[in-house]
Write a protein that binds this ligand. Structure first.
Ligand code: V0D
Length: 233
């Protein structure tokens, strides 16, 4: 791929369904999903992606059964104890959007530790959307801006300046959004940042979405962009 992408975002859907289909419990799917986060992050970095944002835990996930939420909260420990060393070696920087506020202290600790350890890394940014909801993000941005105006800031706001009030401030707009497991919805993810994204709804469940499938998505993105370029040349 000659022309690498600035920002790929992925909704990692289908872990539970994938596990059930094999007669396993949903948490097995989440565990396999964690391994796939590593696989795809390493691969995207190799492909020259600059920002990879992964929707790991939405504000709606709290409505799941208690045991399942409890298991999800153990995943940061599993992920970072297994893979932080490798992320460091690959010069990957870990960040997050969303809110760690309601998250149990133990899970929060692993995330904050990883963010701190990798903050000087200059390679791909691996951004986790945790306890994230886009409408909430936009409302918070509007409130922050309104507060500055109330305090005397000049009231003239461009689309570009508004994006600096979002949690993704400093990140490029999303070029490509992938949602795994066949559902064709955005589910309150990056609504402002997706304005001009290509959208790919992939049939594979997240645990089985491998390097080849990721490359197919990049090729599809290139194909659509070539056509778009042709029409506009
Ligand atoms: C694996 C999506 C929740 C597929 C579902 C970084 C990928 C489950 C969290 C999480 C993961 C919970 C508390 C917290 C931060 C994150 C999570 C990872 C993977 C590994 F403070 N789900 N989840 N973390 N997956």
């Amino acid at each position: 791929m000659e022309n690498s992408l600035a920002h790929v975002a992925i909704i990692m859907d289908g872990n539970g369904r994938w596990a059930k289909k094999q007669g396993k419990v949903r948490t097995f799917g989440h565990y396999e999903g964690v391994k796939n986060v590593r696989r795809i992050a390493i691969h995207a970095n190799e492909r020259g992606v600059r920002y990879l944002t992964l929707y790991a835990f939405s504000t709606e996930n709290w409505k799941r059964p208690k045991e399942e939420v409890g298991y999800l909260m153990s995943l940061p420990k599993i992920f970072f104890e297994s893979y932080l060393k490798e992320l460091m070696e690959k010069n990957i920087r870990v960040t997050m959007i969303g809110s760690l506020k309601e998250i149990p202290a133990e899970a929060r600790k692993y995330f904050q530790g990883a963010i701190e350890r990798t903050k000087e890394n200059t390679g791909m940014v691996l951004c986790f959307a945790l306890n994230y909801g886009s409408r909430r993000e936009i409302v918070e941005a509007a409130k922050a801006y309104a507060a500055e105006v109330a305090a005397g800031k000049e009231n003239e706001l461009s689309e570009e300046e508004f994006s600096s009030y979002l949690q993704t401030a400093g990140m490029p707009d999303v070029d490509l959004l992938i949602r795994t497991s066949g559902e064709e919805r955005i589910s309150n993810f990056l609504l402002y940042q997706l304005a001009y994204s290509e959208l790919i709804f992939d049939e594979k469940a997240w645990p089985e979405f491998d390097e080849d499938e990721f490359d197919k998505c990049l090729q599809e993105y290139e194909r659509r962009n070539r056509r778009f370029g042709g029409l506009n040349a």
